[in-house]
Design a protein around this ligand. Structure first.
Ligand code: KIV
Length: 264
């Protein structure tokens, strides 16, 4: 059994700040797992960071299962959450159960994430009743980008804030083990956090959430500027990679590589 289960994540509420990250492959998953990250999300943001799509909408279930399996192979302690892609769970509860089951059965995930609030209650109930832990996701939900009209802060108007609060309560009652709160005013995230029994995991939602999550490629400086305002870069790997490739190219072109010690 993993050190981190969905139940254990749920029980951290009020006891520990959860530091969560995304991962998309086995190499990074190993590093995150070694670092003690309790929850690794194989986010559908990999559509942009790894696969070169413009939004998360085109990424397929097959692609998500492929990346989730790679992350699961690199993880022994962290809870691995597979992000269900656009239109893999929205059509019906049966579709949601069938496809979520594939994340656990074929890809080795420990849980799945669904975007949406009260509208997802039937799916959350069915998944949890069938032994599939669910991470909720409300606020800015990138799979609804066409309807939302842009990547904008959610819940600024009182009626939108009320809907977000209601969505959080509905997901909590339906049985999610935690809820991602994306891009909302910190005061609203604090209110949601106080209103639900499960941990909230913020991304662009201020410091009052029970935990934080960021996209690993943003944290490591692998995504183009400008990053979203909420991102803090902890490294400049793009710069490091550029320098390494330039040095290798110089060495090959001027004959410095391979040197005698690299030969047989
Ligand atoms: O796809 C993703 O990376 C997400 C975020 C919550 C980090 O959903």
């Amino acid at each position: 059994m993993k050190t981190w289960t969905a139940l254990k994540i749920k029980q951290t509420k009020g006891r520990q700040k959860l530091c969560c990250l995304t991962a998309t492959d086995c190499a990074y998953a190993r590093l995150l797992d070694e670092a003690g990250i309790p929850l690794i999300l194989v986010g559908d943001s990999l559509a942009m960071t790894v696969l070169g799509y413009e939004t998360t909408l085109p990424v397929t279930l097959t692609e998500m299962l492929h990346h989730t399996a790679a992350v699961a192979r690199g993880t022994s302690a962290a809870l691995v959450v597979g992000d269900m892609p656009f239109m893999s769970y929205q059509a019906s509860t049966a579709q949601a159960v069938g496809n979520a089951g594939r994340f656990l059965k074929e890809a080795g995930a420990d849980a799945v994430k669904l975007e949406g609030g009260a509208v997802r209650v039937p799916a959350v109930r069915a998944l949890t009743a069938n032994g599939i832990p669910v991470l909720g996701h409300i606020g800015l939900t990138p799979q609804s980008i066409r309807a939302m009209g842009g990547y904008t802060v959610q819940g600024r108007k009182p009626e939108d804030a009320r809907r977000i609060l209601d969505d959080a309560r509905a997901l909590d009652a339906a049985g999610v083990f935690a809820i991602v709160l994306e891009c909302m005013p910190p005061a609203l995230a604090a209110e949601v956090t106080a209103a639900v029994s499960v941990p909230t995991i913020g991304i662009g939602a201020g410091p009052s959430c029970d935990g934080q999550i960021l996209v690993l490629h943003d944290v490591l400086g692998l995504t183009p500027e400008p990053a979203p305002k909420f991102v803090k870069r902890y490294a400049d790997l793009a710069g490091t990679v550029r320098e390494a490739i330039a040095a290798y190219r110089r060495d090959v072109e001027n004959g410095a590589y391979p040197a005698p010690e690299h030969g047989y």
